[in-house]
Structure formats: structure tokens, C-alpha cells
Design a protein around this ligand. Structure first.
Ligand SMILES: Cc1cc2nc3c(=O)[nH]c(=O)nc-3n(C[C@H](O)[C@H](O)[C@H](O)COP(=O)(O)O)c2cc1C
Length: 220
């Protein structure tokens, strides 16, 4: 394994959508899966499971569904490209092209890690509020992020994808997921076609953090 510091891993963990079909060695896959198990969960219940899909037949079926979801999503996005400011359009076009590539090859990814969750195992403290509930996701996505960071450390490409959640019933049927479990995301994993991970573009702290009170400028 190529040792990479945690800050370096976080700052270069970008969506890598072009993967080589070469298999991921079992010991490497085991390490990234173990990293997922280290994540915190509410009351330590670990209400998630991951179906590690390596077989060609279910990957092909999931790939067909993903391509359907991507087409629907990207058609909408493309329709708005011409209205976008000139300075952000090229980046959006690159993302769409990489997304097209992923959609065309999703089912050929060496591994599809399908994260599932069981709401009955969770204390979802915002469930009664009159807004979308997010607390439950807090017991799933830290495990997903650990897995992504471990992939980064191993030189594996990966992307958090959620388009398959729109076809959850079919995904559950394909993978034999019990009715009381839901799906949170699917991570295609494999060695990258190009350089893989690298620089990312994010808003700075000043745009995202406040000091003591909402909208108070955060400094040092
Ligand atoms: C909740 C969530 C859902 C996402 N769903 C998808 C997806 O379905 N397909 C996809 O290609 N990327 C998906 N992404 C990846 C984002 O597009 C990506 O992280 C973001 O554009 C930043 O890209 P970068 O890390 O390469 O800078 C998702 C990311 C998150 C956090």
C-alpha cells in the first residue's frame, strides 16, 4: 500500500469515474471494507451492510439500471448547459463526459459496493420534523467515506453514486436484499484509467463556516 496521510487523502479524493477492468486483489478489497467498519454510527448499532458485487451477471443488470438513471439525470442537466455562465460550463461538460463514461461502463466495474441500511436499527432523531430527515444517513455515509478514503490510500478509483436508489425495488430483487433494508449508494471501485485521484475544487472555509452566530464571518 502507498502510505498517504489523512489530509492528503481527503484533499485528493475526487470522483474517479473511469476505471480499468482489472480485478481488485482480495486483500486490498478487504482492507477498504475493514476501513468502512471503523466508522461511527448512532449508538454503535452499525445499521449498514454492504453487498460487494463482483459477479458479471448482477453487475450487468445494475449497469443497465444505472445507465437508465444517468440518461434521465444528464438529459435534464445538458438542457441547462447553454444557460450556464461561460466560466463554469467547461467543467460541467467534463463532469458530464466522465458521467457518460461511467454510465457506459458501470456494469464492467471490477467491484460495485452497494451500501444498504436498516431504519429499524437507527434512532432517527429528526424523523418527526417537517423537513427532509438526514440524521439516519449519519450512520451510513461515514462508513462510505471511510471506504472512499481507504480506496484513495490504495490507489483505487471510486465514486459515491446514488442514481440506483431511484430503482431500489429492482436493485433489491437483483441482489436479494430483504424488504426491511434500503439502499444508500453504490460505489464502483477499480484501478483508474488515468491518474485517478487529484486536485479538487471546493468552497473555502469563509463561505462555509460562521463564528458563534449564523452569517458572522469566521476568521482564524
Ligand atoms: C450524495 C451524493 C450522490 C452522488 N451521486 C452521484 C451519482 O449518482 N453519479 C455520479 O457520477 N456521481 C455522484 N456523486 C459524485 C459527485 O458528483 C461528486 O462527488 C462531486 O461532483 C464532486 O466531484 P469531485 O470530488 O470530483 O470534485 C455523488 C456524490 C454525493 C456526495
Amino acid at each position: 500500500m502507498n502510505e498517504v496521510g489523512v489530509y492528503e487523502a481527503m484533499r485528493s479524493l475526487r470522483a474517479v469515474r473511469k476505471l480499468r477492468p482489472d480485478p481488485v486483489p482480495t486483500e486490498v478489497l478487504n482492507r477498504v471494507l475493514e476501513a468502512a467498519t471503523w466508522a461511527p454510527t448512532g449508538a454503535n448499532t452499525q445499521p449498514w451492510r454492504v453487498v460487494v458485487v463482483k459477479a458479471a451477471a448482477p453487475k450487468k443488470q445494475l449497469g443497465e439500471l444505472y445507465a437508465r438513471g444517468w440518461k434521465r439525470y444528464s438529459d435534464g442537466h445538458r438542457a441547462h448547459l447553454s444557460e450556464m455562465p461561460e466560466d463554469i460550463r467547461p467543467a460541467q461538460e467534463r463532469i458530464l463526459a466522465a458521467g457518460d463514461y461511467l454510465a457506459d461502463h458501470f456494469g464492467e466495474s471490477p467491484v460495485l459496493a452497494v451500501f444498504c441500511f436498516n431504519p429499524k436499527m437507527m434512532a432517527i432523531t429528526d424523523i418527526k420534523l417537517d423537513r427532509v430527515s438526514v440524521v439516519g444517513g449519519g450512520s451510513i455515509y461515514p462508513a462510505v467515506e471511510n471506504l472512499l478514503l481507504a480506496c484513495r490510500a490504495e490507489g483505487l478509483g471510486c465514486t459515491l453514486t446514488t442514481l440506483l436508489c431511484g430503482y431500489e425495488d429492482r436493485v433489491k430483487e437483483i441482489l436479494g436484499i430483504p424488504s426491511d433494508w434500503g439502499t444508500a449508494c453504490t460505489i464502483p471501485i477499480g484501478y483508474p484509467v488515468g491518474t485517478g485521484h487529484g486536485p479538487i475544487t471546493r468552497k473555502p472555509i469563509e463561505k462555509l463556516a460562521f463564528l458563534d452566530r449564523w452569517k458572522n464571518t469566521y476568521s482564524d
